[in-house]
Design a protein around this ligand. Structure first.
Ligand SMILES: C[S@@+](CC[C@H](N)C(=O)[O-])C[C@H]1O[C@@H](n2cnc3c(N)ncnc32)[C@H](O)[C@@H]1O
Length: 334
């Protein structure tokens, strides 16, 4: 029998310059002049941090209950959460990790850095960070083969690249899909957003916590309810707009929270439950208060409205909290 001689050593996969979604997404949000290097997230979409100071109050409460005195906010935006945390408890040590420059009006007590600290003794929180961590997108072709999706950033035109099983595809994508977002037998056009980059990014954060809690808060899904066509979305100026990785808009996709929790070890709960445990409730103030102290009643009613927004399972209350405790007991259960 003749044929190629095998040395039993697989050749190294060539470094790929394929125009993958991940590549375009990275450049659009974080490349030179990228969206998040210039734009304030709060000018384009509303997170729990913008919705109410009760969110910061809950994060501070969690920090206290865990016996911690430091908060590190990853993907800190313009420092909204940390400003509020400082107002609530000025004794806390606070650090924002953010690719955008330090906001000029941030209180001196809040530290700011573009890179993760090497070690953390405290609470690390990342509210709506991981959905912005670029990931690969795959799609099942007409023959039932999952392929990496390529994208032209200027036009938004997509093409299908290498099959997921091909050696030019980054290692781990295929195994991740098999375990967390299986595409075998799926109809043509079925898509998956591969969570490897999010899992790795969060594992890197959790690894740095020597004692404390790591809390990732985001919209997401679990294996029973993956969106069959994926969830890639763009926002600009408060509106959902066409998905395009050209730096003019946000790019986001839901997080596979079960895969994330399995990677770092931790519990998964919905924001509604987490906030209720931390004392945030949408209960209306007693009517008697309206006559006894009308101003206090109006203020309490307004806070109850904000709490209701944060805990509504059809909205922010349906967000997922992935909570990992290191050398402390988690006040949110294990
Ligand atoms: C959706 S915004 C969330 C902002 C804020 N946490 C909030 O809840 O309003 C995501 C933020 O993460 C930041 N970000 C993304 N990747 C980052 C990284 N590797 N290091 C630091 N900041 C990052 C972006 O610049 C952006 O400000």
């Amino acid at each position: 029998m003749t044929g190629p001689i095998s040395l039993g050593i697989p050749p190294m996969p060539p470094a790929t310059t394929d125009p993958t979604w991940k590549r375009a997404w990275d450049a659009a949000l974080y490349g030179p002049g990228g969206f998040f290097r210039r734009e304030s997230p709060g000018s384009h979409f509303r997170t729990s941090v913008h919705a109410s100071s009760l969110f910061a109050r809950a994060v501070v409460e969690l920090t206290h209950r865990a016996g911690l005195d430091t908060i590190v906010d990853i993907g800190a935006g313009r420092g909204e959460l940390l400003r509020e945390a400082h107002r609530i408890d000025p004794s806390l040590a606070l650090l924002g990790v953010e690719v955008a420059p330090r906001p000029a009006d941030l209180p001196d007590a809040v530290d700011w850095s573009p890179v993760l600290p090497s070690g953390v003794d405290g609470l690390v929180v990342a509210n709506e960070w991981l959905d912005n961590v670029p990931c690969h997108v795959v799609e099942v072709d007409g023959s039932g083969v999952p392929r990496v999706v390529h994208i032209d950033p200027s036009t938004g035109r997509e093409t299908l690249g290498a099959p997921l099983a091909d050696r030019v595809v980054p290692p781990g994508l295929s195994a991740w899909c098999e375990r967390w977002w299986p595409l075998t037998g799926a109809p043509a056009g079925t898509r998956a957003e591969v969570g490897t980059t999010r899992d790795e990014a969060w594992a890197d954060v959790v690894r740095r916590v020597s004692r404390g809690l790591a809390v990732a808060v985001d919209y997401g899904h679990t294996r029973e309810a993956r969106p069959p066509f994926g969830s890639l979305t763009s926002y600009r100026a408060g509106r959902q707009v066409d998905v395009l990785p050209n730096g003019s808009r946000d790019l986001t996709a839901h997080v596979a929270v079960d895969a994330l929790a399995a990677r770092v070890g931790g519990s998964v709960l919905q924001q509604r439950e987490a906030l209720h445990t931390l004392g945030v409730s949408g209960a209306r103030p007693p009517l008697d208060l309206a006559t006894e102290d009308p101003r206090a009643y109006v203020a309490a009613l307004s806070l109850a409205g904000e709490a209701a927004e944060l805990t509504d399972v059809a909205g922010l209350g349906g967000f997922w909290w992935v909570v990992t405790a290191v050398e402390v007991d988690s006040p949110l259960g294990s």
